[in-house]
Design a binder for this molecule. Structure first.
Ligand SMILES: *[C@@H]1O[C@H](CO)[C@@H](O)[C@H](O)[C@H]1NC(C)=O
Ligand SMILES: *[C@@H]1O[C@H](CO)[C@@H](O)[C@H](O)[C@H]1NC(C)=O
Ligand SMILES: *[C@@H]1O[C@H](CO)[C@@H](O)[C@H](O)[C@H]1NC(C)=O
Ligand SMILES: *[C@@H]1O[C@H](CO)[C@@H](O)[C@H](O)[C@H]1NC(C)=O
Ligand SMILES: *[C@@H]1O[C@H](CO)[C@@H](O)[C@H](O)[C@H]1NC(C)=O
Ligand SMILES: *[C@@H]1O[C@H](CO)[C@@H](O)[C@H](O)[C@H]1NC(C)=O
Ligand SMILES: *[C@@H]1O[C@H](CO)[C@@H](O)[C@H](O)[C@H]1NC(C)=O
Ligand SMILES: [Ca+2]
Length: 547
């Protein structure tokens, strides 16, 4: 019987948190994604990103080789010694444990002597390429947190591609190309991780750093550099992880870049150590891998702090009333609002985005029947009504929308509890009214809805004071008072009371002005200066005399 392996370890906080900021030494009670700490202010909760501990992910993978029979030893064969390519009496025999090199030996405990390794058949079919795909599958999304390191016991391949999948092996994208000659092998400029910047972090590069030479003992590793990429945001010794986490929270592409469900190592050409392949002794050429390191953690969308391996499967132990292998959904009955991932930055800078109950019908919502949708506001720890109907508003739809007032004799649950203010658009200052439906009137206007005029004012799309009359405000120069609002001026005069002669100086200027032509020497002024001019032209004034 296999016991579930719990990936939660308290010890991790120390190392994890150390990277982010200084924490008090004394630890108190521990809870989900938070722990009680003693500070100067006493006992307080200290929040941390809700994610499982990082672990050696090679313990939880399934390895597949393509072609399936590419492992050496069936039938048994001899190959040249790893240390000395001229000693060709080593044996690979799948049926003898000591002489077998099965794929599992890429993931066993390393550090003993001699090393244990997987080995391919040798390049017997040269010049047909010796192609091998090694696929590592987790059947679970995981987030990488450290370099992928592949240790070759043969020479490092002269050409290989590291690929990744985010959809359980349905589609694949290259992660990095490796070659002794990038241009020749992949038509790519050779680059190194040091050439990358924050802007080009997601670029896929070809590197020659891990392919050069046919060195047996040293430089046996091929890397995919995760930490150097982290450092572009978190600084040289990853001292500013908060900056990286901030980026991860806001940039999906960046998150996805470090997320995988599968990895594939495509071996395209073995080490030859020379430009020429010795066709007479092809048992010198093969692939041998002693170790593959993949450090990461289950991706639980920041909704779990542990991940269990049970029945050959990794599963997040979801909190926050989320569910699914990656905590990617809200639990049934907890869909009060759309699911969303938590944040790498802990509370209070980030937010847990917990799922809230959805049995928040009219009763729980407390919206007086004007809405059956609520939203939980984490920051305020309160539920508010969404989309209040019937012209209501407010946390519980208990207020009237602006432009409406409360019918005090109606129940708060009445559909007609809010009455349109109905303010006259010309007579009132705004469309709002006070609690008894009185609008705020413009000068000269009166009535609850501002639709009537005070004495001395006349209604003309609102109440206008008298402009002219036949007593004190006479129209001049023969003008005729029209409805007390407007003097009808004879040709040649203008102004409110026809007091201004049209065109005191040049009659020609007037004609031009009338025709709307700017025949006058206009200053090359910016457009902003033109409205006064337009005003003058419109009102038949004389440019420039009226200015
Ligand atoms: C692997 O199997 C295929 C077909 O089953 C065969 O053609 C090929 O020769 C085999 N390769 C090795 C190395 O045994
Ligand atoms: C491979 O080279 C070694 C050493 O030079 C030699 O002993 C061996 O016979 C060669 N094998 C073949 C198949 O030519
Ligand atoms: C390896 O994977 C590639 C695609 O990623 C595929 O084209 C190829 O057929 C696979 N098998 C071998 C042996 O290369
Ligand atoms: C992957 O996991 C799912 C459950 O999440 C399971 O149904 C499926 O059989 C698994 N696939 C493999 C290949 O293990
Ligand atoms: C999830 O729902 C249960 C049951 O209502 C509740 O007790 C628990 O506090 C919720 N968890 C969170 C993190 O809100
Ligand atoms: C206010 O509500 C009462 C009771 O529903 C109703 O009789 C009355 O007509 C309403 N008043 C207005 C102005 O709508
Ligand atoms: C609304 O305004 C009217 C007129 O100014 C006033 O008589 C009335 O008392 C006001 N009502 C409220 C609730 O303020
Ligand atoms: Ca090994």
């Amino acid at each position: 019987m296999r016991l579930p392996v719990l990936l939660t370890l308290q010890a991790v906080w120390a190392s994890l948190c150390h990277a982010m900021q200084h924490y008090p030494a004394a630890w108190g009670h521990y809870d989900v994604c938070k722990s009680q700490v003693y500070t100067e202010e006493g006992l307080t909760w200290d929040y941390m990103a809700c994610q499982p501990e990082a672990a050696d992910m090679t313990k939880y993978l399934k390895v597949t080789l393509d072609p399936p029979n590419i492992t050496c030893g069936d039938p048994p064969e001899t190959y040249c010694a790893l240390e000395n390519p001229y000693m060709c009496n080593n044996e690979c025999d799948a049926s003898t444990e000591e002489l077998a090199h099965p794929p599992e030996l890429m993931f066993d405990f390393e550090g003993r002597n001699p090393t244990t390794f997987w080995q391919s058949t040798s390049w017997r079919k040269y010049p047909k390429p010796l192609l091998v795909n090694i696929t590592l599958s987790w059947n679970k999304t995981i987030e990488l947190i450290d370099d992928i390191v592949i240790t070759f016991e043969s020479g490092r391949p002269e050409q290989m591609v590291l690929e990744k999948s985010l959809d359980y092996g349905r589609t694949w994208q290259p992660y990095q190309f490796y070659a002794t000659d990038c241009l020749d092998a992949f038509i790519m400029e050779p680059k190194t991780v040091n050439d990358l910047t924050q802007q080009t972090l997601l670029d896929i590069i070809c590197t020659e750093d891990y392919s050069r030479g046919y060195v047996w003992k040293y430089d046996k590793t091929v890397r995919f550099e995760i930490k150097d990429r982290f450092a572009l945001f978190a600084g040289p010794r990853l001292h500013n992880m908060a900056s990286l986490y901030g980026q991860l929270d806001t940039t999906k592409n960046l998150r996805d870049f470090f997320t995988i469900t599968d990895l594939r190592i495509r071996l395209l050409r073995p080490a030859t150590g020379a430009t020429m392949v010795d066709e007479n002794n092809l048992s010198r050429y093969f692939y041998a891998i002693s170790d593959i390191k993949v450090q990461g953690r289950c991706k639980c969308n920041l909704h779990a702090n542990s991940c269990v391996f049970d029945k050959e499967k990794l599963t997040c132990e979801c909190e926050h009333n989320t569910t699914g292998p990656d905590c990617g959904r809200c639990k049934k009955n907890y869909q009060g609002r759309a699911w969303s991932a938590g944040s790498y930055l802990p509370i209070p800078k980030g937010t847990a985005n917990i799922c809230i109950p959805n049995n928040v019908g009219p009763v729980n919502c407390e919206c007086f029947g004007h809405s059956n949708r609520c939203s939980y506001i984490e920051l305020l720890n309160t539920v508010i009504c969404v989309s209040c109907k019937h012209n209501t508003r407010g946390q519980h739809c208990q207020l009237c929308k602006l432009g409406y007032y409360r019918n005090v004799s109606a129940e708060l649950t009445d559909e007609n509890v809010c009455i349109d203010c109905n303010c006259n658009p010309f007579g009132s200052d705004s469309d709002r009214c006070n609690g008894t439906g009185f609008c705020k009137c413009k000068k000269g206007t009166t009535g609850a809805k501002c639709h009537e005029c005070l004495p001395g004012y006349l209604w003309d799309n609102g109440c206008k004071s008298r402009v002219c009359d036949d007593e004190l405000l006479r129209c001049q120069n023969g003008g005729v008072c029209h409805n007390n609002l407007r003097c009808q001026c004879p040709a040649g005069f203008t102004g409110l009371l026809c007091e201004k002669p049209r065109c005191e100086s040049e009659a020609g200027g007037c004609r031009d002005a009338d025709s709307g032509q700017a025949a006058l020497p206009l200053p090359p002024a910016p457009l902003l200066l033109l409205p006064p001019l337009a005003f003058v032209l419109q009102w038949g004034g004389c440019w420039p005399a009226t200015l």
